[in-house]
Design a protein around this ligand. Structure first.
Ligand code: MN3
Length: 214
């Protein structure tokens, strides 16, 4: 399956909520239907709305309808909400019902170049996800200078990201992503996440981005 690569996340000049790429109960028992519905229909939808509101505010400043004093807050809101929208769109797409295979081919070679082995990647990614204090994301991606894979431990949706970084695999560790089923057991949620990774989608993103880095 080819990833949608965010094409459904912006339509008609507005940020838009793409539908879940599978039924809301498709990831049971790892991720429950109630969590997915709440997470997608309420949380992700709120970031889409916030992104459109911030963009509208900045446009109105440009047109002279609002004072420049609202710009600092609006730019922060835009970064937070657009980043949240992008990460959630990638998150839904990089999950799929098991069974999943482990990475192979070019993707596996690139992972090993940074992490030595698949287990090494899991160790680093899991540690990054566990290290987030409060709300954030673990993100595997390509770093544009070395053109190698790195893992970012992202605070909120947008802090501690590298400019030009291309995300390949994202894991939401905000409590809303897992609290209904796993309560405070983030490690158990991560076990479920690893069982659900759609490596075909990750490989497809990798191929898409690699053309830009070749
Ligand atoms: Mn979330």
């Amino acid at each position: 399956m080819e990833p949608q690569l965010l094409t459904h996340a912006y339509q008609g000049g507005m940020y838009a909520l793409p539908p879940l790429p599978y039924p809301a109960d498709a990831l049971e028992p790892y991720l429950d239907e109630a969590t997915l519905l709440l997470h997608h229909d309420k949380h992700h939808a709120a970031y889409v709305m916030g992104a459109n509101d911030a963009a509208e505010t900045l446009l109105r400043v440009a047109q002279g309808d609002l004072p420049p004093s609202v710009v600092p807050t609006a730019t922060l809101n835009l970064a937070f909400n657009v980043s949240g929208h992008i990460l959630h769109t990638l998150y839904w797409e990089n999950l799929a019902p098991p069974p999943q295979h482990t990475p192979y081919g070019e993707l596996s070679v690139a992972l090993d170049a940074t992490f030595s082995t698949y287990d090494g990647f899991i160790r680093v990614f899991r540690s990054a996800a566990m290290s987030i204090q409060g709300s954030g994301w673990a993100v595997l991606g390509l770093e544009p200078v070395s053109r190698r894979m790195v893992v970012c431990a992202v605070n909120k949706h947008q802090d501690a990201l590298i400019p030009g970084f291309k995300p390949l695999l994202v894991c939401d560790v905000w409590e809303h992503a897992y609290y209904l089923r796993y309560q405070n057991r983030r490690a158990a949620y991560l076990d479920a996440f690893f069982a659900l990774i759609n490596w075909e989608v990750v490989a497809s993103r990798f191929r898409s981005y690699c053309h830009g880095y070749a």
